[in-house]
Design a protein around this ligand. Structure first.
Ligand code: ADP
Ligand code: MG
Length: 258
């Protein structure tokens, strides 16, 4: 092979490798935002809740989002969870550009992919523990056998099977949050979005919830969690700090908290 041909060969080779690497990177990316902006307009007052957020989160990451009240944490989580749309910018979820999706398309993508855990648990008081957990499967049209099998497995995993016929109000806060996590994982969500999941719990119940989230992450679930607690943020591998709707710093943690 003469010098020129060798050169071309090499260039092609590098090109192929870089394509492969790029594809690999894309396959591992769960969340990617480009210049994400959210502006709320009420009574002619404009609030910029998110201001040019560029974020990439890979599959299997455990990422904490911190920052003062009102800095845009919940807004970011709602957009990442396809519950809300950005005013400007792009959002790619699992390599789908979802920025311009209809509500129906977003709901479709959300089902079975994304589970939510909120500070206030958001369980339905009129439904039993079991019925609350099977709800996402009902929306997915799963058969009653499948619903029973999966809901019981999720409750088992959260150590809540013994309370399957209780109503949420008959449980402690920590137990309610475990039911909420069971509901979030029952349809095998790839992504769990948790907005201050321990905010209403005492430290023992809070730790219990954090350990369950850490376990889910070890088993491959991607987690993005808003928290005010440095202790809870220690469970995450990566911490993103928001201020006035912008990412101000990002830290990688040394290791997992056990
Ligand atoms: P955080 O979760 O960090 O406390 P939020 O994302 O809830 O912050 O709010 C960010 C900013 O956007 C705040 O100034 C808040 O008042 C404003 N905001 C949030 N939701 C709305 C809404 N639905 N309408 C108008 N303003 C809102
Ligand atoms: Mg909030």
């Amino acid at each position: 092979m003469d010098g020129y041909r060798f050169y071309i060969h090499k260039i092609r080779h590098i090109h192929v490798i870089s394509n492969l690497l790029q594809n690999n990177e894309q396959e591992n990316t769960m969340i990617k935002t480009k210049n994400l902006k959210k502006i709320y307009t009420t009574d002619e007052v404009e609030t910029t809740a998110l201001d040019n957020v560029n974020l990439e989160i890979g599959q299997g990451e455990f990422c904490a989002v911190m920052g003062p009240s009102g800095c845009g944490k919940s807004t970011l989580l709602n957009i990442l969870g396809l519950l809300d749309n950005p005013t400007e910018g792009e959002y790619h979820f699992l390599n789908h550009d979802v920025s311009d999706n209809s509500e129906r398309e977003q709901a479709q993508l959300r089902k079975g992919n994304i589970g939510f855990v909120f500070q206030s648990f958001n369980l339905i008081d009129e439904l039993t523990v079991f019925e609350n957990v099977e709800l996402p499967l009902l929306y997915l049209g799963a058969s009653s056998n499948k619903r029973k099998e999966k809901s019981e497995a999720a409750l088992e995993r959260m150590n809540m099977m013994h309370r399957r016929n209780h109503f949420p109000q008959q449980l402690s806060g920590g137990q309610q949050q475990r039911v909420a996590i069971a509901r979030a994982v029952v349809a095998n969500a790839k992504l769990i979005l948790a907005d201050e999941p321990t905010g209403n719990l005492d430290s023992d119940h809070g730790d219990n919830v954090m350990k369950l989230l850490a376990e889910l992450n070890e088993q491959g679930t991607t987690i993005v969690m808003v928290t005010h607690s440095p202790h809870d943020a220690d469970y995450a591998r990566r911490v993103i700090h928001l201020f006035d709707g912008q990412i101000v710093t990002e830290n990688m943690q040394e290791g997992f908290h056990v």
